[in-house]
Design a protein around this ligand. Structure first.
Ligand SMILES: Cc1cc2nc3c(=O)[nH]c(=O)nc-3n(C[C@H](O)[C@H](O)[C@H](O)COP(=O)(O)O)c2cc1C
Length: 164
Protein backbone atom coordinates (compact mmCIF):
# COMPACT_ATOMS: atom_id res chain seq x y z
CA UNK A 1 0.00 0.00 0.00
CA UNK A 2 1.23 3.48 -0.78
CA UNK A 3 1.87 5.97 2.01
CA UNK A 4 -1.04 8.18 0.99
CA UNK A 5 -3.39 5.16 0.98
CA UNK A 6 -2.39 4.32 4.56
CA UNK A 7 -2.89 7.92 5.62
CA UNK A 8 -6.33 8.19 4.06
CA UNK A 9 -7.46 4.74 5.24
CA UNK A 10 -6.25 5.10 8.83
CA UNK A 11 -9.05 5.56 11.29
CA UNK A 12 -9.60 4.66 14.92
CA UNK A 13 -10.82 1.07 15.18
CA UNK A 14 -12.12 -0.10 18.55
CA UNK A 15 -13.79 -3.43 17.69
CA UNK A 16 -11.68 -6.44 16.83
CA UNK A 17 -11.97 -10.05 15.72
CA UNK A 18 -10.80 -12.70 18.18
CA UNK A 19 -7.80 -13.49 15.99
CA UNK A 20 -4.19 -13.10 17.14
CA UNK A 21 -1.65 -10.82 15.47
CA UNK A 22 1.50 -12.61 14.33
CA UNK A 23 4.70 -11.69 16.17
CA UNK A 24 6.47 -10.58 12.97
CA UNK A 25 3.71 -8.05 12.32
CA UNK A 26 4.00 -6.66 15.85
CA UNK A 27 7.75 -6.34 15.31
CA UNK A 28 7.08 -4.47 12.07
CA UNK A 29 4.89 -2.01 13.96
CA UNK A 30 7.57 -1.32 16.56
CA UNK A 31 10.14 -1.01 13.80
CA UNK A 32 7.93 1.66 12.20
CA UNK A 33 7.64 3.43 15.56
CA UNK A 34 11.36 3.56 16.20
CA UNK A 35 11.94 5.15 12.77
CA UNK A 36 9.97 8.28 13.68
CA UNK A 37 11.68 11.68 13.80
CA UNK A 38 13.05 12.55 17.22
CA UNK A 39 14.22 15.93 18.49
CA UNK A 40 17.99 16.11 18.92
CA UNK A 41 18.12 12.46 17.74
CA UNK A 42 17.58 11.31 21.32
CA UNK A 43 15.29 8.33 20.46
CA UNK A 44 13.80 8.42 23.98
CA UNK A 45 11.27 5.65 23.37
CA UNK A 46 10.64 2.14 24.63
CA UNK A 47 7.85 -0.04 23.25
CA UNK A 48 6.07 -2.64 25.37
CA UNK A 49 4.14 -5.14 23.26
CA UNK A 50 1.35 -6.70 25.28
CA UNK A 51 -0.17 -9.94 23.99
CA UNK A 52 -1.02 -11.67 27.26
CA UNK A 53 -4.84 -11.87 27.51
CA UNK A 54 -4.92 -11.27 31.26
CA UNK A 55 -2.72 -8.19 30.94
CA UNK A 56 -4.84 -6.83 28.07
CA UNK A 57 -7.92 -7.28 30.24
CA UNK A 58 -6.28 -5.46 33.15
CA UNK A 59 -5.09 -2.65 30.87
CA UNK A 60 -8.63 -2.20 29.57
CA UNK A 61 -9.83 -1.91 33.17
CA UNK A 62 -7.12 0.57 34.19
CA UNK A 63 -7.23 2.79 31.09
CA UNK A 64 -10.76 4.14 31.46
CA UNK A 65 -10.85 5.68 27.97
CA UNK A 66 -9.51 2.49 26.37
CA UNK A 67 -11.78 -0.22 27.78
CA UNK A 68 -11.81 -1.87 24.32
CA UNK A 69 -8.16 -2.92 24.91
CA UNK A 70 -9.76 -5.85 26.77
CA UNK A 71 -10.77 -7.42 23.47
CA UNK A 72 -7.72 -6.32 21.47
CA UNK A 73 -5.32 -8.82 19.91
CA UNK A 74 -2.46 -6.75 21.25
CA UNK A 75 -1.54 -3.36 22.63
CA UNK A 76 1.67 -1.39 22.28
CA UNK A 77 2.51 0.93 25.14
CA UNK A 78 4.93 3.71 24.20
CA UNK A 79 7.07 5.07 27.02
CA UNK A 80 9.67 7.82 26.73
CA UNK A 81 12.53 9.13 28.81
CA UNK A 82 11.58 12.47 30.35
CA UNK A 83 13.32 14.63 27.72
CA UNK A 84 12.31 18.14 26.64
CA UNK A 85 10.48 16.81 23.59
CA UNK A 86 9.34 13.44 24.92
CA UNK A 87 5.69 14.09 24.06
CA UNK A 88 6.40 15.13 20.46
CA UNK A 89 8.80 12.22 19.97
CA UNK A 90 6.44 9.68 21.52
CA UNK A 91 3.53 11.07 19.51
CA UNK A 92 5.49 10.86 16.25
CA UNK A 93 6.31 7.23 17.05
CA UNK A 94 2.66 6.58 17.87
CA UNK A 95 1.49 7.94 14.53
CA UNK A 96 4.10 5.85 12.70
CA UNK A 97 2.73 2.73 14.41
CA UNK A 98 -0.85 3.70 13.51
CA UNK A 99 0.03 4.22 9.85
CA UNK A 100 1.97 0.97 9.70
CA UNK A 101 -1.02 -0.82 11.25
CA UNK A 102 -3.31 0.68 8.58
CA UNK A 103 -0.86 -0.46 5.92
CA UNK A 104 -1.06 -4.04 7.25
CA UNK A 105 -4.87 -3.96 7.36
CA UNK A 106 -4.88 -3.95 11.16
CA UNK A 107 -7.32 -1.89 13.18
CA UNK A 108 -5.79 0.39 15.79
CA UNK A 109 -6.70 3.16 18.18
CA UNK A 110 -4.53 5.68 20.01
CA UNK A 111 -5.47 5.58 23.70
CA UNK A 112 -4.24 8.52 25.74
CA UNK A 113 -1.36 7.92 28.12
CA UNK A 114 0.29 11.23 28.95
CA UNK A 115 -1.86 13.46 31.23
CA UNK A 116 -4.17 10.61 32.25
CA UNK A 117 -4.55 9.74 35.94
CA UNK A 118 -4.04 6.05 35.18
CA UNK A 119 -0.44 6.35 33.88
CA UNK A 120 1.03 5.23 37.23
CA UNK A 121 -1.12 2.12 37.35
CA UNK A 122 -0.25 1.22 33.75
CA UNK A 123 3.46 1.69 34.49
CA UNK A 124 3.14 -0.57 37.53
CA UNK A 125 1.29 -3.28 35.58
CA UNK A 126 4.01 -3.29 32.92
CA UNK A 127 6.91 -2.99 35.41
CA UNK A 128 8.10 0.18 33.68
CA UNK A 129 11.12 1.95 35.19
CA UNK A 130 9.77 4.92 37.22
CA UNK A 131 11.72 7.51 35.18
CA UNK A 132 9.84 6.65 31.98
CA UNK A 133 6.68 8.50 30.97
CA UNK A 134 3.75 6.75 29.34
CA UNK A 135 2.93 8.62 26.12
CA UNK A 136 0.31 6.35 24.56
CA UNK A 137 -1.32 2.96 24.42
CA UNK A 138 -2.09 1.62 20.96
CA UNK A 139 -4.89 -0.87 20.89
CA UNK A 140 -4.56 -3.32 17.98
CA UNK A 141 -6.57 -6.06 16.31
CA UNK A 142 -8.00 -7.36 13.08
CA UNK A 143 -11.01 -5.10 12.47
CA UNK A 144 -14.51 -6.53 12.86
CA UNK A 145 -15.85 -4.36 10.09
CA UNK A 146 -14.36 -2.26 7.35
CA UNK A 147 -15.49 1.34 7.38
CA UNK A 148 -14.20 4.55 5.85
CA UNK A 149 -12.28 7.31 7.58
CA UNK A 150 -14.52 10.23 8.56
CA UNK A 151 -13.11 13.75 8.81
CA UNK A 152 -15.40 16.71 9.40
CA UNK A 153 -12.94 19.39 8.24
CA UNK A 154 -12.17 19.37 4.55
CA UNK A 155 -8.92 20.41 2.89
CA UNK A 156 -10.39 23.78 1.90
CA UNK A 157 -11.40 24.40 5.55
CA UNK A 158 -7.90 24.03 6.91
CA UNK A 159 -5.51 25.15 4.20
CA UNK A 160 -4.16 28.74 4.14
CA UNK A 161 -1.75 30.06 1.57
CA UNK A 162 0.84 32.56 2.81
CA UNK A 163 -1.62 34.01 5.38
CA UNK A 164 -4.99 33.33 7.05
C1 LIG B 1 -3.58 12.27 21.83
C2 LIG B 1 -4.76 11.39 21.49
C3 LIG B 1 -5.39 10.70 22.50
C4 LIG B 1 -6.45 9.86 22.22
N1 LIG B 1 -7.02 9.14 23.23
C5 LIG B 1 -8.05 8.32 22.97
C6 LIG B 1 -8.60 7.54 24.02
O1 LIG B 1 -8.14 7.58 25.16
N2 LIG B 1 -9.64 6.73 23.72
C7 LIG B 1 -10.15 6.63 22.44
O2 LIG B 1 -11.09 5.84 22.24
N3 LIG B 1 -9.63 7.34 21.42
C8 LIG B 1 -8.59 8.19 21.65
N4 LIG B 1 -8.01 8.89 20.62
C9 LIG B 1 -8.50 8.71 19.24
C10 LIG B 1 -9.41 9.87 18.82
O3 LIG B 1 -10.63 9.79 19.50
C11 LIG B 1 -9.60 9.79 17.29
O4 LIG B 1 -8.36 9.93 16.65
C12 LIG B 1 -10.56 10.88 16.80
O5 LIG B 1 -11.88 10.62 17.24
C13 LIG B 1 -10.57 10.99 15.27
O6 LIG B 1 -10.96 9.76 14.68
P1 LIG B 1 -10.01 8.95 13.67
O7 LIG B 1 -8.79 8.51 14.43
O8 LIG B 1 -10.86 7.78 13.24
O9 LIG B 1 -9.63 9.84 12.54
C14 LIG B 1 -6.93 9.73 20.88
C15 LIG B 1 -6.28 10.43 19.86
C16 LIG B 1 -5.20 11.23 20.15
C17 LIG B 1 -4.48 11.93 19.02
Amino acid sequence: METFDSISKRKSVREYQAKPIAKNLLEKLVDAGRRAPTARAVEPWEFVVITDEEKLKKLGEIASTGSFIKSAGSCIAIFCKDTKYYLEDGSAATENVLLAAADLGLGACWVAGDKKPYTGEVSKLLSAPPELKLVSLISLGWPKEKSAQVKSRKLEDVIHWDKF
